[in-house]
Design a binder for this molecule. Structure first.
Ligand code: AMO
Length: 430
């Protein structure tokens, strides 16, 4: 007999079905019992009359059940299954569960939940986060493929950093010192130059951040895009704004169940304002008496700016543009209109930076000279610079932190909630 998933039961009323899943709840009334069975698609009530199995059946055991599907308006979901046969297929070996799977409140700290990650994910609401995350990745792929981008995979073991000297993890690569990639930056640019013109990657990035915060991970997933033959950075912001709009529609169509479990309502994405950093810093000063660090805004500034943008532009998103060259990596294209500034941007979403992007320097001589200006030895980057000798087109791109985007779409408090197995200062297990 073929297995029926719980969410397909409504089409099987009156028929014999085979269910497979975990025991979510046991309610023993003495003469009979209700079992709640949970599979990946939902939960259903089982009516059990032969109580023999209860002697060995514990919560979270996995079982196979044969029975008849029936309508019952009083049962959760309006359906139940009268058990004819039940078999334990995955035994339990515990005295106490680390926390509750079936109660509304988990009553466990995030750390405890992460210590027992596979158990916390048994809760449908915890799993829903990652179903939505998978659809965010899917939307990124669909959107860019449709626009003629090619998916690439670039190495994560590399010989030099891309985003500045700090924050690098060192690895022993046979008898060499190597690093874990902070970003696919150089390689995605090289692939534009190689003739693909437009590429994207969904891959891990590593940052040896020496602090634990609600928004930093040491290993995260980066959604990277890079495209050639652009006019300027506005092409890139247009591309990303289009993606955000596409993403929200995609999630509304594909994640209804998960968004409802998580109590999230996605609003329409209005036009995203693009405001130069200098103006942003003035807004923060005038509206909130908030001073910003030189050439950037800080975490509090991001939150205040989002409040201002929501009130004045009715947008959860804002692009900050025109960052100073001194605060951007050496590959960033200087702005020809504003002295000392660059054609770069950040995207802030609900008070958090989720993206950095910009146009890159594509001229070999200019890039080489900029490296020297930044105190970098061009000879160390020959593998990268070489591509620029052969007609590198004007190009640029951006990267979105997947966990940060997921966190903000779902209004989660901590980035670790949007990470299956977070890596931070204190955690490399599970
Ligand atoms: P940047 O270093 O700003 O830019 O990173 C891009 C985006 O990646 C995410 N991110 C992180 N997420 C979680 N934990 C971290 N420690 C972390 N660090 C970064 C953020 C951030 O906006 N090469 C450029 C991108 C480009 O220009 O294409 C880069 O890596 O969401």
């Amino acid at each position: 007999m073929k297995r029926t998933l719980v969410d397909a039961l409504s089409s099987k009323v009156g028929q014999e079905v085979l269910l497979k899943g975990w025991i979510h709840q046991i309610k023993n009334f003495g003469k009979f019992a209700f079992l709640i069975l949970r599979d990946k698609s939902g939960v259903v009530q089982l009516i059990l009359e032969d109580l023999e199995i209860l002697k060995e059946l514990k919560l979270e055991a996995s079982v196979e059940v044969k029975g008849e599907a029936k309508e019952n308006q009083k049962a959760p979901g309006g359906l139940e299954v009268q058990v004819q046969n039940i078999k334990i297929v995955g035994k339990t070996y515990y005295d106490l569960l680390p926390f509750s799977i079936n109660q509304k409140d988990i009553k466990a700290s995030l750390e405890t939940q992460l210590d027992h990650r596979t158990i916390s994910l048994r809760r449908p609401s915890k799993r829903a986060v990652f179903k939505v995350q998978a659809e965010i990745e899917e939307a990124f792929r669909i959107y860019l493929r449709e626009k003629g981008f090619t998916e690439i995979h670039t190495p994560k073991i590399i010989s030099s950093g891309t985003e500045g000297g700090s924050e690098l993890f060192t690895v022993n690569y046979f008898d060499h010192r190597a690093f874990l990639a902070q970003s696919p930056q150089f390689y995605k640019q090289m692939m534009v130059g190689a003739g693909f013109e437009a590429v994207y990657e969904v891959g891990h990035a590593y940052r040896a951040e020496l602090h634990n915060t609600w928004r930093h991970l040491n290993e995260y997933v980066s959604l990277d895009a890079e495209m050639g033959f652009i006019e300027d950075e506005n092409d890139l912001m247009d591309l990303e704004e289009g993606f955000i709009r596409f993403l929200f529609e995609h999630l509304k169509s594909n994640c209804q169940k998960e968004l409802s479990i998580l109590g999230v309502k996605l609003e329409k994405v209005n036009e995203i304002p693009r405001i130069p950093l200098k103006e942003v810093q003035n807004i923060l000063l005038e509206e909130y008496h908030k001073k910003s660090p030189v050439g950037n805004i800080d975490a509090e500034g991001e939150i205040l700016l989002s409040k201002y943008i929501k009130e004045n532009y009715h947008s959860d998103f804002v692009f900050i543009t025109k960052y100073p060259a001194s605060k951007r990596p050496m590959y960033t294209m200087p702005d020809d209109q504003m002295d000392g500034m660059t054609k770069s941007f950040d995207l802030i979403y609900k008070g958090l930076e989720i993206t950095t992007g910009g146009q890159r320097i594509h001229d070999y001589e200019m890039l080489k000279n900029n490296m020297i200006r930044f105190g970098v030895n061009p000879e160390d980057f020959e593998f990268y610079l070489n591509t620029f000798k052969y007609g590198m087109p004007p190009h640029g791109g951006f990267a979105i932190g997947l966990e940060r985007l997921t966190m903000k779409v779902l209004d989660l408090d901590n980035i670790r909630e949007a990470t299956l197995f977070p890596r931070d200062l204190n955690r490399i297990e599970p």
